[in-house]
Ligand binder design. Structure first.
Ligand code: ASP
Ligand code: MG
Length: 402
């Protein structure tokens, strides 16, 4: 007998028919003799509906009250799923985050899980119940309801799997797994059998949008194997784990696109020590993350410094820099958010030469200009004009997988 954690996202429980479908998946797993803990998100886009209700009444509502509201979505889905399971003739118990032992920080709307004390889950399993837990929520040490940030229920599932030493953690969603590129956009995109945590982390931040980032970080930390699969088909999913069999053989695992990018360039900066330090201090003081950075060699005692940030933070970053840029007599600040970041990710890069070259060749063949480049051990990213983003992904995908 194994302990299996199964997480179902919003689309998997969007309506009565889908909830019954999930009840069947869960009870099939239970019938095989397993202990099953189920984590669910709010139905469909219900969390967005709740956000809209808040906006209507008070856009500046306190974060405590936002959490009180947002946590309600999951209360609906856990109870409905428990009822569906009862209908199939099995015993089920639904638990809110606090009942399931989720202790979190008190950072409302972005709380961190401090620990999970799964006593109540275990007691319910011991009585042969299927246990259904509300994802995305917990309790602060002040006894207030918290939420983990949008998309947080993946992390709830992994946290339970870690705390209870589960044998498997399955993340059910509306896609069949992790693909070599977005299957809706790229013909020939294929499903990966396996992917490493590190690759998945890169893809998650790059906008592959299959798994929430923090859930992968937590899975890596506690070495929890994840399976990403669809609740709507019977197909085998993608396993996410530390080391995969094909890691060395495959040049890359996937091509991803991120359009939530803005480029900021400061031109005509004096070529003296300390300038980069000061520029990036201004930006980080606002809590803004910088991604790709490029500095020109410079001439006549002047140079240019360019970097990228998330689009939503672009204007704020520019404002944070304006006074400083004037004070050092730089020529100006340029801002462009019509850009996209295209990346290839693969653990195989570490042991193969020429992977980046192959990517650049694909872009050259497609006549797409590269504006910035950055690399890490398992990733190469380029910044290009947003208009060519999909074309670039297809061209690169074809080069590596075609
Ligand atoms: N329902 C929450 C949200 O939409 C949590 C989740 O889906 O993971 O963000
Ligand atoms: Mg959701």
């Amino acid at each position: 007998m194994s302990l299996i954690v199964q997480k179902f996202g919003g689309t998997s429980v969007a309506n009565a028919e889908r909830v019954m479908n999930v009840a069947r998946i869960v009870t099939d797993t239970y019938k095989k003799g397993n202990d099953v803990v189920v984590v669910v998100s709010a139905q469909g886009d219900f969390t967005d509906v709740l956000v809209a209700k808040q906006q209507e009444i008070n856009p500046n509502a306190s974060k405590r009250e936002q959490d009180m509201l947002l946590a309600a979505g999951e209360q609906i889905s856990i109870s409905l799923l428990a009822m569906a399971i009862e209908k199939l003739g099995f015993h089920a118990v639904s638990l809110l985050g606090w009942q399931a032992g989720f202790e979190t920080s008190s950072a409302h709307t972005a709380a961190r899980i401090r620990r999970v004390v799964p006593d109540r889950i275990r007691a319910a399993l011991d009585k042969r119940n299927i246990v259904i837990v509300a994802g995305f929520q917990g309790l602060s040490r002040y006894g207030d309801i918290t939420t983990l940030g949008r998309g947080g229920s993946d992390t709830s599932a992994v946290a339970i799997a870690a705390a209870m030493h589960a044998d498997l953690c399955q993340i059910y969603t509306d896609v069949e797994g992790v693909f070599t590129a977005d299957p809706r956009k790229v013909r020939n995109a294929t499903k990966l059998d396996e992917i490493s945590y590190d690759e998945m982390l890169e893809l998650a931040t790059l906008g592959a949008q299959v798994l929430n980032n923090r859930s992968v970080e937590m899975a890596k930390k506690y070495n929890i194997e994840l399976e990403v699969l669809s609740s709507l088909t019977q197909a085998k999913g993608t396993i996410v784990k530390e080391r995969t069999k094909k890691m060395e053989k495959m040049l890359i695992s996937g091509v991803a696109k991120d359009t939530d990018v803005a480029r900021i360039s400061i031109t005509g900066v004096p070529n003296i020590p300390g300038i980069a330090f000061k520029i990036f201090s201004k930006v980080s003081a606002k809590g803004i993350n910088v991604d790709i950075i490029l500095q020109s060699i410079g001439h006549d005692g002047k140079k240019d410094i360019s970097f990228t940030v998330a689009k939503s933070k672009g204007q704020e970053a520019v404002e944070a820099l304006r006074d400083y840029v004037d004070s050092i007599g730089a020529s100006g600040i340029l801002y462009d958010d019509n850009v996209a970041k295209i990346s290839i990710v693969g653990a195989g890069m570490e042991s193969h030469a020429g992977v980046a070259t192959k990517m650049f060749e694909a872009l050259y063949d497609a006549q797409i200009n590269i504006r910035m480049i950055s690399t890490s051990e398992i990733k190469v990213s380029v910044l290009i004009d947003a208009a060519y983003a999909d074309k670039a992904v297809s061209a690169i995908h074809e080069k590596f997988f075609g």
